[in-house]
Design a protein around this ligand. Structure first.
Ligand code: HEM
Length: 417
């Protein structure tokens, strides 16, 4: 039931991409730069498992993502994380679409897709704006705040509560469970195994209660959609429902939160780019794509080779783990003009690659439009109300090789505008 902690390994000067410490102080970008140039298909041994191939170039990541027959996400082959999902004792809650291959994957994705169609997402804009306005109204009049807990973490959780049709007051519980679920390597987020077990049980109990409620009284929310959906005439199984619930809680929450906070950090470190957005807010949609490229809040996803094959001439054996590092593909010198420059106008130019932060292929992020909308509205309102808002002290990062996250980020601004 518990996701294992990453164990460090000494690779004699070579990078251990699995080490959560690599991502605490932005050292991963140097490691990836070296690998892209010298070993773009790099064998990363593991202390507690078989090792994995680290894929660091954009084109390889895209090609692997689009070939699920050869590179599987299925739980029975190991799933989408570096650890093997099928090795975890009693893990019957992870069987969600993200750990499935076609054609099974498509049947499950179809069940949730109506909740994310453009019309429905666009219909949420005014409510998202009202939420953002309230959060910004509540920022302290002292002109100093902790941005993650007061804004970045709250907005995605409230939006998730709306999608689920639950009260916003349930938000803190969803927040805690989500952190504990993906925070296995951060002792502040998973304080102990017992605490994690408690969170999993609470989350499953909460999800089960919602399922029963919506079977009887369906609404237009995502939970009702799942409770009443059919795959080949059959209802979704309960473990798959729980897995999907967890996927939505984590997928909708950690990622958006860290794009919001990481975006403000990037704007603070690049005041000339912030100036461009202040002068011309119509650049914000381009800035949103650049923020997701720059931050890459999901550092990687994993696949497993289903046959012997080759990537860039490197032999890959059937059963090998193949880990696609989006954070690296999004800075690939062969793909991007000036990849290490944060450029809010990048997406106004022609022939710009699609950033890989939302993945590619079958599993391309189902919530991408919702995330983009939240980021757009947030930065429109934030910069309009607090044009001088900036990071005012050291930030604290989440210890993780999977989510590139910020736990604390102090900000300063001129209040009362
Ligand atoms: C900036 C914010 C976000 C980022 C960077 C992000 C990133 C990703 C990535 C990289 C994948 C691909 C997984 C793979 O290829 O194995 C993915 C899938 C997914 N995301 Fe997101 N995500 C974000 C926001 C959201 C939101 C807001 C939701 C929902 C509320 C969501 C729900 C999902 C779901 C359900 C999948 C699985 C899709 C499938 O397997 O077909 N995501 N996301």
């Amino acid at each position: 039931m518990l996701r294992p902690k990453a164990q460090a390994i000494d690779l004699g000067g070579k990078p251990d991409l699995k080490s959560p410490d690599l991502y605490l102080h932005e050292e991963h970008h140097d490691a990836f730069r070296r690998l892209r140039a010298e070993e773009p298909v790099y064998w990363n041994p593991e202390a507690d498992s078989t090792g994995f191939w680290a894929i660091t170039r954009y084109d390889d990541i895209e090609a692997i993502s689009k070939n699920p027959k050869l590179f599987s996400s299925a739980k029975e082959n190991g799933g989408h994380r570096i650890f093997n999902e099928n090795d975890i004792d009693g893990n019957d809650t992870d069987a969600s679409m993200i750990s499935m291959d076609p054609p099974e994957h498509a049947s499950y994705r179809r069940m949730v897709t109506p909740g994310f169609v453009p019309k429905r997402i666009l219909g949420m804009e005014e409510r998202i704006r009202a939420r953002v306005t309230r959060l910004l109204d509540n920022l302290p009049k002292t002109g100093e705040a902790e941005f993650v807990s007061s804004v970045a973490a709250v907005l995605p959780i409230e939006v998730l509560a709306e999608l689920f049709g639950v009260p916003e007051s349930d938000g803190p519980k969803l927040f805690e469970w989500s952190n504990a679920t993906v925070g296995e390597d951060d002792p502040e987020l998973r304080v102990s195994d017992e605490y994690m077990k408690k969170c999993v049980l609470e989350m499953a109990g909460y999800a089960a209660g919602l399922w029963r409620q919506r079977l009887e009284n369906p609404g237009a929310d995502l939970i009702s959609m799942l409770a009443h959906s059919r795959v080949n005439g059959e209802a979704m199984t309960f473990p798959t429902y729980i897995g999907t619930f967890i996927l939505l809680v984590v997928g909708g929450n950690e990622t958006t939160r860290n794009s919001i906070s990481g975006g403000l950090l990037a704007l603070s470190e690049n005041p000339e780019e912030r100036r461009k957005l202040l002068d011309d807010p119509s650049l914000i949609p381009s800035a949103v794509q650049e923020i997701v490229r720059w931050v890459s809040p999901v550092l990687h996803m994993r696949r497993t080779a289903t046959e012997d094959t080759e990537i860039r001439g490197q032999r890959i054996k059937r059963g090998d783990k193949v880990v696609m590092w989006y954070a690296s593909g999004n800075r690939d010198e062969e793909k991007w003009a000036d990849p290490f420059r944060f450029d809010v106008t990048r997406y106004t130019k022609s022939n710009v690659p699609t950033q890989l932060g939302f993945g590619a292929g079958q599993h391309f992020c189902l919530g991408s439009r919702l995330a983009e909308l939240q980021l757009k509205v947030l930065f429109e309102e934030l910069l309009r109300r607090f044009p001088d808002i900036h990071v005012s002290g050291p930030v604290r990062r989440m210890r993780s090789n999977f989510i590139y996250g910020l736990k604390e980020m102090p900000v300063a601004y001129t209040p009362g505008r």
